[in-house]
Design a protein around this ligand. Sequence first.
Ligand code: MG
Length: 388
Amino acid sequence: MSATDRNRGGTAAIIVAAGRGMRAGGSLPKQYRDLAGLPVLVHTLRAFARHPAVDRLIVVLNPADQALFDERIAPHCDFPLRRVAGGATRGASVRAGLAAADGSARVLIHDGARPLVAQALISEVIAALGENPAAAPALPVTDALWRGTNGRVQAPHPRAGLFRAQTPQGFRLPAILAAHENAPPDAADDVEVALAAGLDVAITEGDENNLKITFPADFRRAEQLMRAEMDIRTGNGFDVHAFAPGDHVTLCGVRIPHERGLAGHSDADVGMHALTDAIYGALAEGDIGRHFPPSDPRWKGAASDIFLLHAIGLAGKRGYRMASCDVTLVCEIPKISPHADTMRARLAEIMRADESRISVKATTSERLGFTGRGEGIAALATATLVRP
Ligand code: MG
């Protein structure tokens, strides 16, 4: 097979999330429970959605979980995703996913309850499918093994050549489709199905962090690992608008009656502009001018909400949420403090963030400089974004 043939058809990821998974405790299936602020399944789906070599994403659901998925998962999925109803057994669920992957050259089959899968681990499985019809990550067993019953060790068990299997398990699509036609009814995973069909399965390097969430303690361990790997980004923004004739100013989305207005192409909301630029800065995405060129007449007189919504939407698409932001308005007049809480509430509403994470404060510049002379208003902002 030539390199071109190997790349034809692309790679589909099938996330199997149809299990009931109640051993992890709680009243929800484990893949719907929160892990570091987002459901387990959202973390898992995002890991594959952001992998550059994954072209299609398919999630296999328990038919009884459709409403649960709509409520808890779908609002966080701003990427293409095909939903498939699972069957009565794991094998039937995987087959439903495989049918939906029709046209792909390769498939990766992954447990919905393994949210910490690393990008490099996914890449290695895909790379191994260049030379092999099947490939899956695993870790060699390093602990001594025993057989035991009733709390007593019966005998040591040799560990040489033993591996702990993980997912995603990767296959060339025609090979695994054929294998599933005669699958052993109780196969634990798709490697077992592949082996029963005589397929050669390559072992790629597993990852201790790629744990399968099964028991309540696994949530704590996974959260600790996520905290250790959390991507935290900070950006700053600065903006100035000059006073101009008018009867009000708009600051952080709040209209304040004033003897003058602020000059600008949009509504000249200097505070919201600084905050928007801080978010773009954290994402290394330039500034408002890059996304909304002032030369474009569409933004003339526009409410600055659209800029902030765009920036926070971009953050969300990349998996970041607002950890905190802090806006400082610099002016002698108008007085900001009576409006600061209304501004926080308005920013929280636009960004759909908790108000306790949003700060708005003000200072004068002791009558020095352009703000001190009352020629305009300046604003500084800092935004911290986190991606678990
Ligand atoms: Mg501005």
